[in-house]
Write a protein that binds this ligand. Structure first.
Ligand SMILES: C[S@@+](CC[C@H](N)C(=O)[O-])C[C@H]1O[C@@H](n2cnc3c(N)ncnc32)[C@H](O)[C@@H]1O
Length: 227
């Protein structure tokens, strides 16, 4: 089963993804930071790109709260169908699309890019394509938020890399989800992303990844990036 099929299966019978429609908390902190530092006037009809949007909880938040025009991509047809049924919003356009392919958007057209725990499922070649596209579509004054899996201090990640190797550096194939994921050390993340954009803040936080009724301690990077 490939990553796309595994994600579709997950949306048909969710064990891992949240059933909540509330926006992700670390993403909300990033938005607050943008607001407090006046980096972008969030109410100025901005354009947001939500990569790996799932059922659209963060997309809806940006459209409902700030009147943002949101383009939201996910390669899971089941996620996109669910998103379209949750809430029809004239400012949010959901599209079934692989984020490792060219985005149908103009150069320098997006104010904020969101990647909330999505791109960790890309392989190396795909990640470079996605980064090239992010750098192309982000406006010169634009910002990007990435929440991704951290290697440092994550015993579950280290165990899975050893027991279920994913074929590339620092990857494993999640034994239950079936998705192959990359975990990043801080220096590795910075070295790669700084080739395309500028990492300006990186914070590691502990969170919990659930599987059915069980939850596993995981570490996540919250990364703030600018062009
Ligand atoms: C952990 S979920 C997070 C969903 C959403 N960002 C949220 O915060 O609720 C990861 C999502 O990324 C999507 N995804 C993973 N790889 C993708 C790819 N190559 N192209 C598009 N979507 C992808 C999955 O289908 C899934 O919906």
């Amino acid at each position: 089963m490939n990553n796309q099929q595994s994600w579709n299966q997950e949306y048909q019978k969710p064990q891992l993804v949240t059933q909540s429609h509330k926006p992700q908390k670390d993403f909300l902190r990033f938005i607050k930071w943008i607001k407090n530092n006046k980096h972008i006037d969030l109410y100025s009809e901005i354009t947001v790109l939500d990569l790996g949007c799932g059922v659209g909880r963060n997309s809806f938040y940006m459209a409902d709260t700030y009147g943002a025009q949101v383009y939201a991509y996910d390669f899971s047809s089941d996620a996109i169908n669910k998103a379209n049924h949750i809430h029809k919003h004239e400012l949010v356009t959901f599209e079934e699309r692989n984020i490792a392919q060219s985005f149908p958007l103009e150069n320098n057209s997006v104010d904020i890019i969101l990647d909330v725990t999505a791109s960790n499922a890309l392989n190396e070649k795909e990640r470079n394509l996605y980064l090239k596209e992010c750098a192309r579509v982000l406006k010169p004054q634009g910002y990007m938020y990435v929440r991704t899996l951290a290697r440092e201090g994550d015993k579950n990640a280290q165990k899975m890399i050893k027991e279920f190797p994913g074929g590339e550096y620092d990857t494993y194939t999640h034994p239950q989800l079936g998705v192959t994921e990359r975990v990043f050390s801080g220096p590795d993340f910075k070295e790669l992303y700084n080739q395309y954009l500028e990492v300006i803040r990186m914070e590691r936080k502990t969170g919990y990844q659930r599987w059915g009724s069980q939850s596993y301690k995981r570490n996540y990077w919250n990364v703030y990036i600018k062009k």
